[in-house]
Design a protein around this ligand. Structure first.
Ligand SMILES: C[S@@+](CC[C@H](N)C(=O)[O-])C[C@H]1O[C@@H](n2cnc3c(N)ncnc32)[C@H](O)[C@@H]1O
Length: 620
C-alpha cells in the first residue's frame, strides 16, 4: 500500500462511516486505479492508461509514486520516452521524488530506443538527485549497450560501478559485459573479468562497504532476496542454505556463459587452444545441468530449458567450426556488415566512416585489420564502393568476389536478391542463403546489435558469402539504403505484434508492419516480386493481411495474393480480402527453400504455440 495514504491519521468514527471511511474508500479506489494502470501498461494500452490516470483528478484522488511509475511504464512500453519524461516532470510538480524503479524504467526506455548517451546521462542524473543506482538499474543499462553494441559506454559504467557507486557487478552484469567484450574480440579483458568472478565469493561480499551494520535481511531467509551481493543487509549464511546454493549456482552458470563468450571470441580469432579450453568448461557445466537442471516452473522453467538447449546448440556450432581448424576470415564478412546508426548520414564518405567506426567499436574490426595487414582506410574504401551516391546498397559491389580493399564488378548478369527482415539470430536466413549459393544473394536486416552479431558469427562459421547484414530499424534502413525495385523476394518470419496477444487495441510507436512500411517494401520489390510472412499469431497475421489488402496506389491494389494453392505442408484456411492465408509450415513454393527452425519458432513451440500461419503476396 502506498505510504502516503497508509500514514495518514485516521479521523472520525472509524470504518462505520464519516471521514475515516471516506479516506479508506478513496485510498482503496486509488490503489485499484493504480493496479489498472499497471495492467494496461503491461498490455501496451497507453491511451486507456492515460484515461485511467485522469480519473485521479476527476475523483479528487492523490496519485502515489506507484501510480506515476505505472504510467511512466505505460509510456515506455508504448515506445514513447518523451511522454514518460513529461509524466516524471508532472510527478515532481506533485512533490513526489522519482525512485530507483522509475529511473530503471526510463533507462529501459532509452535502451529500447538506442539512446545510450541519454541513458548514460540519466545514470548521472540519478546520482545527482541522491538516488543510488542498484544492480537492476545498471543491468538495464548494460542490456541496452548489448542491444546497441556500445562497448565503450558499458566499459565506462562498469569501471564506475565499484569505484564510484560502491556497487558490486553481479553475475548478470558480468555476463552482459563479457558478451559485449566477446563481440569486440577483447580476449584479454574477458580473461581479467573471469578471474575477478572466479575470486569473488558471492556469499560473503556485501555491497563494498555499504552494509547497514548487522541488521538482518528480511528476504534472505525465505530465499527471496533479489539484491544478491549488493544487499545492504546482513545475510545469515546459516539461515538459508537454499539461498547459498542458488547464489553459487548463479556464479557457476555465469562462469559457463562467460566461457562460451570467450570460446566464441577465440574461435573468431583462430586461437584454437584457448577456444578449446573455454568450450570444454562451458560444455562441462551444460552437461552437468542437462538432466533436472536448475529447475524452475511454468514459463520461467520453459525459458531456462530453452536457454540450456540454445547454449548446447551454440557449443555444437563452435565445436564444429573448431574441428575444421580452417582459419576464420572475418574481414571479408565484416565488409558485408553495415551497422547503420540512429543518426542519418548525408554523404557517402560520412556513412562509410560511420560503418567502419561502428565495426571497430563493437565487432573488433581493429584487431582483424591488424591480422590481415590492412588499414581502416582500406575498409572505408571498401564501404564507399558498396554505396551509391544516394547511399543505397550496391549489390554488384557487395557480392563481388574480390573484397580485400578493392572490389570488382561482376561481369555475369546479377543474381536475384532476397531479403529477410527481422532476422533474429539468423538461423533461418543462413540456411536459406546456403541453399541459394550461386543462385541468389541475400540480405538480413535486424534491429538488435547482439542479434546482428549472432548472424555475423553464423555467416563467418558457415562461410555464407552470398549474404550481407544490415543493422538498424527496418523502417529507416529500407527507404534510405535499399535500391528501389531490387528485391525479388522479401521474407518476414515471426514479426513482433505491437502486443504479444495481437490485441488490436495495443499501441506502440515502434510498430513496424504498418501500411506505410508495406508501401516501402512495394518500392524495393521488383515487378512481381514476392513478400512472404510467417507467424504463430492468428489474430496478428489476419491484421497484416488486411493492412496489405487495403493498400492502394491511385486506387490500384498494391499487393495481390500469390497463393500458392499447391502448398504441400499446409492447408488453405481462409481467403481474406482476396489473399490466401495458410495454416502449416511454409515450403519452397513460398520461398522457404530449406526447411529449418528459427529461434523464435523453437521458443513458441516450447510454449505450445504450435500453429503456424503464412501467406505470400506479390507486387501488383
Ligand atoms: C520475434 S523476433 C523473430 C526473429 C526471427 N525472425 C526468428 O524467427 O527467430 C522479431 C525480430 O524482429 C526484430 N525487430 C523488431 N523491430 C524491428 C525493426 N523495426 N527493424 C528491424 N528488426 C526489428 C527484433 O529485434 C527481433 O529480433
Amino acid at each position: 500500500m502506498p505510504q502516503k495514504w497508509r500514514s495518514r491519521p485516521r479521523h472520525g468514527k472509524g470504518p462505520a462511516g464519516g471521514p475515516a471511511k471516506r479516506t479508506q474508500e478513496k485510498s482503496s479506489r486509488a490503489q485499484d486505479l493504480t493496479k489498472t494502470i499497471a495492467e494496461l501498461a503491461r498490455n501496451k494500452q497507453l491511451k486507456r492508461a492515460i484515461a485511467t490516470f485522469h480519473k485521479f483528478e476527476e475523483e479528487g484522488l492523490q496519485p502515489s509514486v506507484y501510480t506515476f511509475s505505472s504510467l511512466i511504464n505505460a509510456y515506455v512500453r508504448a515506445a514513447d520516452v518523451p511522454g514518460a519524461l513529461e509524466v516524471m516532470s508532472a510527478m515532481k510538480r506533485h512533490g513526489i521524488k522519482p525512485n530507483v524503479s522509475i529511473f530503471t524504467i526510463l533507462l529501459k526506455g532509452y535502451s529500447q530506443e538506442g539512446k545510450m548517451n541519454a541513458a548514460r546521462a540519466l545514470l548521472d542524473e540519478m546520482i545527482a538527485q541522491g538516488v543510488a543506482p542498484d544492480a537492476r538499474a545498471v543491468n538495464a543499462f548494460f542490456r541496452g549497450c548489448l542491444y546497441h553494441g556500445d562497448v565503450p559506454l558499458a566499459s565506462d559504467v562498469f569501471s564506475k560501478m565499484e569505484s564510484s557507486w560502491q556497487l558490486v557487478p553481479d553475475s548478470i552484469s558480468l555476463r552482459y559485459v563479457v558478451q559485449l567484450l566477446s563481440q569486440g574480440l577483447r580476449v584479454s579483458a574477458i580473461k581479467e573479468l573471469m578471474k575477478k568472478l572466479q575470486k569473488a565469493n558471492p556469499l560473503t561480499e556485501h555491497g563494498g562497504g555499504k552494509t547497514m551494520g548487522r541488521q538482518a535481511c528480511k528476504f534472505w531467509a525465505s530465499g527471496t532476496c533479489t539484491k544478491g551481493v549488493n544487499c545492504k543487509f546482513h545475510h545469515d549464511l546459516e539461515a538459508s542454505p537454499e539461498s547459498q546454493e542458488r547464489m553459487q549456482q548463479e556464479k557457476v552458470a555465469a562462469m559457463a556463459a562467460m566461457n562460451l563468450s570467450m570460446a566464441h571470441a577465440a574461435a573468431m580469432l583462430g586461437r584454437w587452444p584457448l577456444c578449446r579450453r573455454a568450450l570444454k568448461c562451458a560444455e562441462d557445466f551444460y552437461e552437468s545441468t542437462e538432466e533436472g537442471g536448475q529447475g524452475g516452473v511454468g514459463s520461467h522453467g520453459l525459458f531456462q530449458e530453452l536457454s540450456r538447449e540454445e547454449a548446447s546448440r551454440e557449443i555444437q556450432r563452435i565445436s564444429h567450426f573448431l574441428n575444421q581448424e580452417q582459419p576464420p576470415e572475418p574481414y571479408s564478412f565484416l565488409c558485408r556488415t553495415f551497422l547503420f546508426g540512429t543518426e542519418p548520414c548525408t554523404e557517402k564518405a560520412e556513412l562509410a566512416q560511420c560503418c567502419v567506426d561502428e565495426l571497430v567499436r563493437s565487432f573488433g574490426l581493429g584487431e582483424v585489420l591488424l591480422r590481415v595487414g590492412l588499414s581502416e582506410e582500406d575498409a572505408r574504401t571498401s564501404f564507399r564502393l558498396c554505396l551509391s551516391k544516394k547511399l543505397r546498397l550496391r549489390g554488384s559491389q557487395i557480392f563481388a568476389p574480390e573484397l580485400h580493399g578493392k572490389r570488382k564488378i561482376e561481369s555475369d548478369p546479377p543474381l536475384p536478391m532476397k531479403m529477410e527482415i527481422c532476422s533474429g539470430n539468423g538461423d533461418w536466413v543462413i540456411a536459406q542463403a546456403k541453399a541459394d549459393e550461386g543462385l541468389a544473394n541475400w540480405m538480413a536486416l535486424e534491429l538488435r546489435h547482439d542479434r546482428v552479431h549472432q548472424i555475423f558469427s553464423r555467416m563467418v562459421f558457415r562461410k555464407a558469402c552470398n549474404l550481407c547484414l544490415l543493422r538498424g530499424d527496418a523502417g529507416r534502413v529500407v527507404p534510405a539504403h535499399v535500391q528501389p525495385e531490387s528485391m525479388s523476394h522479401v521474407f518476414i518470419n515471426f514479426p513482433e505484434p505491437p502486443h504479444f496477444s495481437g490485441d488490436e487495441t495495443a499501441e506502440s510507436k515502434s510498430e513496424l508492419l504498418t501500411g506505410s512500411f508495406f508501401s516501402q517494401l512495394h518500392t524495393i520489390l521488383q515487378q512481381d516480386g514476392k513478400l512472404t510472412i510467417l507467424s504463430d499469431n492468428w489474430r496478428y497475421v489476419r491484421r497484416l493481411v488486411r493492412t496489405l489488402a487495403e493498400l492502394r496506389d491511385e486506387n490500384e491494389q498494391m499487393f495481390l495474393s500469390a497463393g500458392p494453392r499447391n502448398a504441400k505442408n499446409a492447408e488453405l484456411c481462409e481467403t481474406l480480402y482476396g489473399i490466401d492465408l495458410f495454416c502449416g509450415m511454409p515450403d519452397k513454393h513460398v520461398g522457404h527453400k530449406k526447411k529449418t527452425t528459427s529461434y523464435f519458432d523453437r521458443l513458441w513451440t516450447k510454449g505450445q504455440h504450435l500453429d503456424r500461419y503464412y501467406f505470400m503476396v506479390q507486387k501488383a
